[in-house]
Structure formats: C-alpha cells, structure tokens
Design a protein. Structure first.
Length: 593
C-alpha cells in the first residue's frame, strides 16, 4: 500500500474535504457540546451559597439578590428550597444536554462513516485487479472496517471534546481570575508544562499506533488465509507450522500494544503528577487567603471545585489527544487506499459502445508483469467478427494474460488492441466490459445460492431464463437433485460444489450474459470426457455468431474452433484448425507492425 507521509495539518485539510457536507451538523453538535461549559460552571454554585449564606451569615451574591424575590432572601427555609431547586435544575439541564449530545453525535457520526466507507469501497473496486492479487484483500478490509471510522472519531470523539475542554479551561481560568487572581495564576501556571508534555508524547504515540494497526491487520490476514485454506493445511499436516506463524504475528501484536501502554501510561503518570503539584501549590495559596480573610470559605470551595473541574478537561484533553493520535493514524491508513491509482481508468473523451460486432486485432502487443520478464512480445493477429479462436500453449505461456489484456484487466506496455477497429482504451470501460461473457480458469462463485450466482450474468433474468441457462450448461440436472434446488447455498467462494459443478454454473452465468465476445479459459478442464462431449455441443450454441476465445489443452474441445492460435515464448502463430498450417493470408493476416 503506498504510504504518502502526510503531515498532521495536511491530514486535517484532507479530512475537511470529506467533512464539508456535514459542516452545519458538526457546527450544531459543537454548540450543544459547548452548552456543557456554563452548566459545569453553575454546578458548584448552590453549594457556595449554602455554605456562605445559609450556614454562614454572608449576604447573598449581588446577582442573586437582584434576581430572587425579597421574601425568599430573608427566610432560611425558602432560601434552602431555592438552592435545592437551582441544584436540581442545573443537573436536569446537564443530563438533557448529555442525552442530546450522545444521540446526535451518534447519528451524524455514523452517517459520516457511511459516506467515507462508501467512497473507499468504490475506489477499491476500481483499482487494478492485480493489486488485490498481490496484496490480498485482508489489509484493505481492515482499513475499510476499522480505519474508516476515524473520519467520525477525529471530529466527534476527539476535536470537539478537545475544543470544549480548551474553552472550559479558558472560562474557568477567567472565573478564577475574577475570584482570586493569585490563586488563578498558580493554577494556570501548570498549563505550559502540560502543553510541552502533550506535544512530546503525541509524536511517540502516533508512531506506536501506526505499528499497532499494521500488526493487527497482519495477524487477522494470517488467520483469514490459514482458515480459508484449511483443507490444504490439514492435507499437508501443517497445523503446527501455521500455528507458529500465527503466534509470530500475534506476538508482534502483543509487543506493540505493550509499547503503546508504556508510552500512554508514562504520559498519564507525568500528566497526573503535574496536575497534582499544581493543585497542591494552589491549595496552599488558597488556604492562606482564607486565613487572612481575603477569601470566604464558600469562595474557597468554589475555587477548589473549579480547580477539580480544570483537571477534568485537562485530563479529557490528554485522553482525547492520545485517541486523536490513533485516529490520525487510522485516517492516514484509510487515505492510503485513495492513493492507489485506478490503473485502468476512462480517458476523458472515452466513447460509448452499445454492442460490438466483435472484430479483434492485436497490433504489436507487448506486456510484462511489473518486475518480471515479458510475457507477450510484439504479438500481432486479427480475428474477424464471429470467429472461434482456440488458444493453445504450454502452461505459463501467457494465454490467460492475453485474454486479461483483451478484457482490459491490464493495458499493454506497447502496441494496441483494437475492437471493431477502435483502441480498447478509447471505449468507456463499463461499456467495454459489457461486451464479454467470461468463464475464468478458476471460476469463483459468491457465497449465495446457485440461482443467484447464475443471475450474476444478467441481474434482470427471470427464473425461467436462469433455468434455461443452467440446462444449456448441463447444470440443471445436478441442481434439481439437491433438496433446495436453485436455492442451494454454494458456500464460501463455491466451496460446497465440486470443481466441475462450479465450472458449469460459471458457464450458465456466461450464457445469461448474451455478449458478442465469449471468453472461455479452460471451461472443461474439470469435467469428465462424457460431460465434456455434451458441453462441446452446448458451446456451439453459446458461441454461435459470437467471437470466441477458447483456451484449452484438450483436442476434443478444440474441434469447436475455426482457427488455432499458438502461444510460444511470448509470440503467437495462427493456424487454420483443420489444415494445421499457417492460415491463408486472405482470411487471417497477422498484422505487421
Ligand atoms: N499477476 C501476476 N503477476 C506476475 N506474474 C504473473 C501474474 N499472473 C501471471 N504471471 C506470470 O505470467 C506468465 C503467464 O501467465 P498466464 O496466467 O498468462 O499463463 P497461462 O498460459 O494462462 O498458463 P496456464 O495454462 O497454466 O493457465 C506466467 O509465467 C505467470 O507466472
Ligand atoms: Mg491460464
């Protein structure tokens, strides 16, 4: 996976491009979150009044004298009721605020993840198939599943609470300054220390989180691979070997989590100690002021309550800071998906294609997989519409690769492939892919029912059409034998069917497709001679009037073809099948480059 190293401001800039559509909702959320600040500041006030004016004999604060009716102020019992009502009122408002915050942030947050995840999934579908072949799907799945949630966690679980904590600090600081400026200065003096501490630890936390996430992803990928291939593992008796391999990954997981815990807890410890020292000094100053009469007992209690509240947002800010590091790493990993270029993409002026006639020309096509020797070297040939081409060649000669180029799973490094005289790259990709019905070498089915797998060829097909396709592919009989018939689940990737059954379902799927070009990569390799013989007739039907490319090692299957294309050391030669010698140039003239 490409890892562009994005700085933190760059990450936030990118995040904003995803959050823009949600900006008003986020603003509303921020406002609700901010409501907690005045509510928190009001919470200790009833206690101050009770201590100073009910237990003690201090007059009520001026603002309360102005607000409360006179008869309440002279009667102690009435005053107590007023204080209690104030206490309950503030608590109720705080609870309602918490409730609204929780529900709205969950709603908005899940919508944001939904949108971001959808965007990532769309991109993953458009990147080159060989990327998934190379990387395996698990890492992408982990990023989609876990890392994508960072798009919500950063703003809602980290930034908004962080900003609220900062505003709270500011508000409390101002209030404390008004009540006793010396006390306030001591209390706020610890802020710069905490800031430096937070910054230092942030870097280390981010690096450790990055390691944690990749070890987690590797462990899960290992488990998925081993469990997915459990038959092979058992057949080769490699359970212990795989167990050791899994434990190796899991060991790394433990190690990175431990180093995360040691960085995190060390930070927590230093932070907690800094806050305790600050509070101790402020306590000494406050007590001195109470003794000298500069501060009332009630105000002292109020200041200490604010001091405790100061520790709350500070603590929150640091916890959120640690969480933010993890989210930033997650977001960076999720963004890395979008950095993978969609190798095969439409040209800006790509042309539409309703239905091709099916004339295919390879013009000096060369191709090599990245980092490997060339598979095809300047391959040239022409196939008129409706021709059936049998492709032969030793294993690894490049037969499947040739057809992957034709279906644009990759583009040639050199030369061009023309369909009806137009370069494949000039067509819209979705239109181009509609022109092919493909039966791949290793047919993969989806873990749904047999019927749904056949319907994949044409989502609009009726049950009758599905059954007709299955009949044509000689699959109907075995499907009907199952108690659930077409509703039989096929298991993960079709594992509950035999190789030959899978192949026939893949053929039925291709039948339903009704495309002008048919591509069959060893469609009968898993079938017995009898079924194969039956199917050759069926293939006649499937391929009538369509350009067909049929890879096969079986001479019997080749009979259905008009011409034969032989691949050898990256080059091709064409033969008319019955003559087994170079085709007359009038019919198939290899294109000279
Ligand atoms: N994704 C890939 N990355 C790198 N090399 C690949 C990839 N796919 C195939 N190859 C290599 O390219 C060569 C041609 O492979 P290809 O699958 O086209 O062979 P084939 O003729 O279809 O063989 P077979 O008859 O065994 O199916 C082989 O040497 C193979 O190892
Ligand atoms: Mg092949």
């Amino acid at each position: 996976m490409p890892q562009h190293h994005r700085s933190v401001p760059e990450l936030f800039r990118q995040l904003w491009t995803f959050l823009r559509p949600f900006r008003w909702k986020l603003f509303g959320l921020w406002l609700i979150a901010m409501l907690s600040i005045p509510l928190n500041m009001l919470t200790p006030l009833p206690l101050t009044i009770a201590v100073d004016s009910i237990i003690g004999s201090r007059p009520l604060p001026a603002w309360l004298r102005a607000l409360a009716p006179a008869f309440l102020q002279s009667d102690t019992a009435a005053l107590l009721t007023l204080v209690l009502a104030g206490y309950i009122g503030v608590a109720l408002a705080a609870q309602l605020q918490g409730l609204a915050l929780w529900r709205i942030s969950s709603y908005v947050g899940e919508r944001m993840i939904f949108a971001f995840r959808g965007r990532l999934f769309e991109h993953l579908q458009h990147i080159c198939a060989s990327y998934h072949d190379q990387q395996g799907p698990m890492d992408s799945v982990y990023r989609l599943q876990h890392d994508a949630a960072s798009v919500k966690q950063i703003p809602i679980d980290a930034v908004i609470p962080f900003m609220r904590a900062l505003c709270m600090l500011l508000g409390l600081g101002l209030l404390m300054l008004v009540i006793d400026w010396q006390f306030a200065l001591v209390a706020l003096g610890m802020l710069p220390v905490l800031f430096v501490l937070t910054r230092q630890c942030g870097r280390r936390l981010r690096a450790t989180w990055s390691e944690v996430k990749s070890t987690e992803s590797a462990t899960i990928a290992c488990a998925q691979e081993v469990l997915g291939a459990s038959r092979i593992v058992k057949a080769f008796g490699r359970e212990t070997h795989e167990h050791r391999r899994f434990l190796g990954h899991a060991e790394n997981w433990v190690r990175t989590h431990n180093s995360l815990a040691s960085v995190g807890s060390g930070f927590d410890f230093l932070f907690g100690m800094a806050v305790a020292c600050g509070t101790a000094v402020a306590l000494v100053v406050g007590l001195g002021h109470v003794k000298s009469g500069r501060l009332s007992m009630g105000d002292f209690l109020l200041l200490m309550a604010y001091m405790a509240q100061l520790a709350g947002p500070l603590d929150m800010a640091t916890k959120k800071m640690a969480e933010l590091q993890s989210c930033l790493v997650g977001f960076r990993r999720a963004l890395a998906i979008l950095d993978i270029p969609p190798v095969i993409a439409d040209r800006p002026e790509a042309r539409p294609l309703a239905r091709a006639r099916g004339g295919v020309v390879f013009k000096g096509v060369s191709f090599a997989y990245p980092g490997s020797a060339p598979v095809l070297r300047s391959v040239s040939f022409a196939v008129p519409p409706g021709t059936k081409v049998g492709i032969m060649g030793t294993s690894g000669a490049g037969k499947s690769t040739l057809l992957n180029l034709l279906t644009r799973f990759a583009d040639p490094d050199d030369g061009a492939i023309l369909l009806d005289g137009v370069d494949l790259r000039d067509y819209r990709l979705t239109d181009l892919r509609r022109q092919f019905a493909i039966v791949p070498q290793d047919p993969i089915l989806f873990s749904t029912t047999i019927g749904e797998n056949i319907r994949y060829g044409n989502l609009e097909a009726t049950q009758a059409e599905i059954e007709a396709a299955a009949r044509a592919a000689h699959a109907h009989a075995f499907i009907r034998q199952r108690p659930l018939g077409y509703d039989t689940p096929v298991g993960e990737r079709g594992a509950r069917l035999s190789g030959g059954e899978r192949q026939r379902i893949a053929l039925a799927r291709a039948f339903l497709r009704d495309a002008p070009i048919v591509i069959l990569d060893e469609p009968t390799s898993a079938l017995d001679a009898r079924t194969e013989a039956d199917l050759i007739e069926v293939l006649e039907e499937l391929t009538r009037g369509r350009t067909t490319f049929l890879i096969t090692h079986r001479p019997g299957t080749l009979k259905a073809c008009d011409i034969q294309l032989v691949l050898k050391q990256g080059r091709v030669s064409l033969h008319a099948l019955d003559l087994d010698q170079p085709t007359p140039p009038t019919v198939l003239e290899p294109v000279t480059v």
